[in-house]
Design a binder for this molecule. Structure first.
Ligand code: ZN
Length: 67
């Protein structure tokens, strides 16, 4: 059984950057608004789920032992 603490790692799984920012887009009224899309400040990868960013796609590939 793992003793790892609950993963609160905030780091890009692709490039290792430790921050991201929310993508801003202009809405139909011409106002700049935050969207639901996030973007890594390191590699520029866009994502909507923080887990995607943290895991860097590993979750889709790895077949680690299921519980
Ligand atoms: Zn990145």
């Amino acid at each position: 059984m793992s003793t790892n603490p609950p993963a609160t790692v905030n780091r890009c799984g692709y490039c290792g950057a430790s921050s991201y920012h929310r993508v801003v887009a202009r809405d139909e009224a011409g106002a700049m608004r935050y969207t639901s899309t996030l973007q890594c400040t390191g590699c520029g990868r866009e994502f909507t789920d923080l887990q995607d960013w943290r895991q860097g796609g590993q979750a889709a590939q790895s077949n680690t032992a299921a519980p």
